[in-house]
Design a protein around this ligand. Structure first.
Ligand code: NAD
Length: 491
């Protein structure tokens, strides 16, 4: 397998779907050009799959689930496949990091970090596959009752372009460890590594039809996949409107779904915080991956006595930030595409028009190709919590600062958006750490630290508009399975 993918991605390479263990083009033969965000140049193409391709992939996954050895295999053997995939990823780390960086525009350093996390996901879920079990339940005299953990069946994964390798890994790792089979539709802007991973999965010994990847547009291939009547469960990461469309499609078939829909995550900085420790983390949590991170720390709430100090220090760091080509490995790369750059620029312009003060701007490297989708980071001060900038995900390197008066005010502001994904709390006061962690609405809270996207072992997911269901860690295994209660009457 994989003869069409050269190690260095030769120019013009035509990537293929991977369905039922075979590399195949879309039945229509239509293709989508793949451009590098760093220079806008087309360097590859992917199939523009449609309903008929989705039918073929779902049928392959169904056959593999019902007839194949996968769902009946000893969990330890399934785990071994996942662990072997992790090892193959480690062996191909440089190739995967280069491909991911070129496809998304992210600095190679970030591509490497993504590959390491990806390898860890398969290793973690490989190890977990035989460690999850049901319960026995005390019941009536003469009965024995127990629960079995069963896979859903065929899982559809629709994944975004910001962390293609990592998000695929958290979906595939948990779904496959539980014995499901999988059909993945990566984002049309970043599909290349998903295809490569599905090839490596075959090499790792996954039976044909267990790990299928088909590429294409969201409105076409994605919509057909989420509406397919033979899908048992859908998992999606991306924007809230697309999440709503996918849930509506799944609801028409009465299927369950996990939704990870982004956030407007706050970091709360109290005046007693260790600022030397906090500052680099505050900056990194918004510039990592160019701010295109669902759990980006995009709002910083600062206790009023410390506001000027923190704002000045952040402004100094922001002014020094430079965006440039992925292989130049600067602070941040290009944004994913022209549409995303326009969206970020539009939200920044709207905030400026509303009179929000720009405290600092980073820059774009002079040598960066003009055709690349670069956006210089922006730091906004004293933002009005009613503005769009304060409430909506920008998904770019744009940070908004707010001042608060006391703990109650901080919690009110932190919870003032419709999202609830991640929060950071910076204070030396132990009792306050516990109080705030409990009251802030977020699926993850970091105290004196922040992990934008990090932590394979840590359950992750949102409240309200950030979505529902949990990924990562052991909890993802529960989402990717269901209990079956079995009751024996033995008199
Ligand atoms: P999107 O949510 O539309 O796309 C994500 C995935 O969904 C892609 O694979 C896409 O092909 C697919 N998709 C799109 N429409 C679909 C449909 N009708 N049915 C099924 N699948 C469909 O994201 P986008 O348009 O690329 O980006 C827009 C905004 O979404 C960004 O500005 C950002 O705010 C947000 N976003 C969030 C995340 C996240 O990790 N939470 C990731 C990407 C984008």
């Amino acid at each position: 397998m994989g003869t069409h993918v050269s190690r260095t991605v030769a120019e013009g390479v035509a990537f293929m779907n991977l369905i039922d263990g075979r590399s195949v083009d879309a039945l229509s033969g239509r293709r989508i050009d793949v451009a590098c965000p760093s220079d806008g140049r087309v360097f590859a193409s992917i199939p523009a799959s449609a309903e008929a391709d989705v039918d073929a992939a779902v049928a392959a996954a169904r056959r593999a689930f019902e007839n194949g050895p996968w769902s009946r295999m000893a969990p330890a053997d399934r785990g071994r496949c996942l662990t072997r995939l992790g090892l193959l990823i480690e062996r191909n780390a440089e190739e995967l990091a280069a491909l991911e960086s070129r496809d998304t525009g992210k600095p190679v350093r970030q591509g490497r970090a993504d590959v390491t996390a990806t390898m860890r996901y398969y290793e973690f879920y490989g190890g977990a596959a035989d460690k999850i079990h049901g319960d026995t339940i005390p019941f009536l005299d003469g009965y024995t009752a127990m629960t079995l953990r069963e896979p859903h069946g065929v899982v559809a994964g629709i994944v975004p372009w910001n962390y293609p390798l990592q998000i695929l890994a958290r979906v595939a790792g948990a779904a496959l460890a539980m014995g499901n089979t999988l059909v993945v539709k990566p984002a049309e802007d970043a599909s290349l590594t998903a295809i490569r991973i599905a090839e490596l999965a075959l090499e790792a010994g996954f039976p044909a039809g267990v790990f299928n990847v088909l590429t294409g547009y969201g409105a076409e291939a994605g919509a057909a996949l989420s509406a397919h009547p033979d899908i048992d469960y859908v998992t999606f990461t991306g924007s809230p409107p697309t999440g709503a469309a996918i849930q509506a499609a799944a609801a028409r078939n009465n299927r369950g779904a996990t939704m990870e829909l982004g956030g407007k995550s706050p970091q709360i900085v109290f005046a007693d915080a260790d600022l030397d420790a906090a500052l680099p983390v505050l900056v990194n949590a918004i510039i990592q991956n160019g701010g295109q991170t669902c759990s980006a720390g995009s709002r910083i709430l600062i206790e009023r006595p410390a506001y000027d100090r923190v704002a000045t220090a952040l402004a100094e760091r922001f002014s020094a930030l430079v965006a440039g080509p992925h292989d130049a490995d600067l602070d941040l790369g290009a944004l994913i595409n022209a549409r995303q750059k326009d969206r970020v620029a539009g939200m920044v312009a709207a905030a400026e028009q509303a009179g929000v003060e720009v405290l600092a701007r980073g820059s774009v490297d002079h040598d960066a190709p003009k055709e690349g989708f670069y956006f210089a980071p922006v730091l906004f001060g004293a933002v009005d919590p009613a503005l769009e900038l304060a409430r909506e995900e920008v998904f770019g390197p744009v940070l908004a600062l707010f001042a608060f008066d006391d703990e109650a005010d901080a919690i009110r502001l932190a919870n003032a958006t419709d999202y609830g994904l991640v929060a950071g709390v910076w204070t030396r006061d132990g009792a306050r750490q516990h109080r705030v962690a409990k009251r802030v609405r977020a699926g993850q809270v970091f105290v004196n630290g922040y992990g934008a996207g990090g932590g394979i072992e840590l359950p992750f997911g949102g409240f309200r508009k950030s979505g529902h269901g949990r990924e990562k860690g052991f909890e993802a295994l529960y989402d990717m399975s269901a209990t079956k209660t079995v009751v024996f009457n033995h008199g």
